[in-house]
Design a protein around this ligand. Structure first.
Ligand code: NAP
Length: 294
């Protein structure tokens, strides 16, 4: 068996719970596995309840297999049994659905060690190449309602429970949000996605200041390209793209010490940082060809 539940070494107590949004797919689903392997109990959120149920069953099967393989060692067996997985299906952008689920989250995780916010959508703005008209402006609001305002809903729900965890354990709680390396430089047609992630990043950085005295750390994670249903739609080159499981492992390692910002992969981060000092170069390279003005 190559992987063992390692909550002993990572200092995770059996009842430590993480609320993970966007768990039904991509990076979120891969993070669910990594966090379970570290020994955390999980509350999984996304809209698609069936997919969450499938993930829960797959994780429980894995957990049971590990318990079986470690049965000779009673302590390891007890640890392997510990993590619990619950489902809280909801649309994080739907204020009334969120209000309805508030009590259920409090029951599932009366005190919460951390929230990992992976729920997100990406849609691109389409301009008519001749007239530069677009019908897509409502889409900008739709993307913001999930990526930014949906995250606000989740933080609002989680905060009292994180405070409960701090009060009970006298240890720091953690808010982790997935923004994106895309916020470092503008990409064409990414008006909605990029601005929603920039807004989320700012929100997280401000919160990092305001929540620090309350023993709640906040980390904004800026991933580069990860191979998921979200990036399947992209028809442009995606340098340094990686698998969701590789991304999840890097995120777990990268946020372990609770930095304010964790950006990866470093090569793409440095490339975009370089262009941020020479924006003229970036705009020349990335702008679509200019149409002749009639
Ligand atoms: N993939 C990349 O290259 C990349 C790069 C940088 C940042 N990110 C960010 O990383 C996060 C995960 O992305 P991914 O690539 O793993 O995408 P993904 O595979 O499309 O997963 C997105 C997740 O968000 C959930 N979701 C979407 N809308 C929701 C809503 N209204 N309420 C609740 N859950 C919702 C989806 O589940 P349901 O459809 O079941 O609701 C799904 O579980 C996103 O925030 C994304 O912006 C991704």
């Amino acid at each position: 068996m190559s992987q063992q539940i390692d909550n002993h070494n990572s200092g995770v107590e059996a009842d430590q719970r993480i609320w993970l949004t966007g768990a039904s797919s991509g990076i979120g689903a891969a993070l669910a596995e990594q966090l379970m392997l570290q020994g955390y109990s999980l509350v999984l959120t996304a809209r698609n309840e069936e997919k969450l149920q499938d993930l829960k069953e797959a994780l429980e099967k894995k957990k049971a297999q590990m318990a079986y393989h470690s049965s000779a060692n009673t302590r390891a067996n007890a640890r392997a049994q510990a993590p619990r997985i619950d489902i809280l299906a909801m649309d994080i952008s739907d204020d009334s659905a969120v209000a309805e689920k508030r009590r259920l989250l409090a029951e599932l995780a009366p005190d919460l060690a951390a929230i990992y916010m992976c729920a997100g959508v990406c849609e691109y703005l389409n301009f008519d190449s001749q007239s530069c008209a677009t019908d897509d402006w409502p889409m900008v609001k739709r993307v913001h309602s999930v990526n930014f305002l949906g995250s606000v809903n989740c933080i609002e729900m989680a905060l009292p429970l994180l405070k409960g965890f701090v009060a009970r354990t006298q240890t720091q709680a953690h808010i982790v949000g997935l923004s994106s390396l895309a916020l470092l430089m503008p990409f064409t047609r990414a008006e909605a996605y990029g601005s929603s992630k920039a807004a989320l990043h700012y929100l997280l950085l401000s919160l990092a200041m305001d929540l620090k005295p309350h023993q709640i750390a906040v980390t904004s994670v800026l991933p580069g390209f990860v191979e998921t249903p979200m990036t399947d739609q992209n028809n442009f080159s995606m340098p340094f793209i990686m698998s969701p499981s590789e991304a999840a492992k890097r995120i777990c390692r990268g946020v372990a010490n609770r930095p304010r910002v964790f950006a990866f992969p470093k090569r793409l981060y440095l490339l975009l940082k370089f262009f941020s000092f020479f924006p003229g170069l970036w705009f020349k390279k990335m702008s679509p060809q200019q149409e002749a003005v009639k």
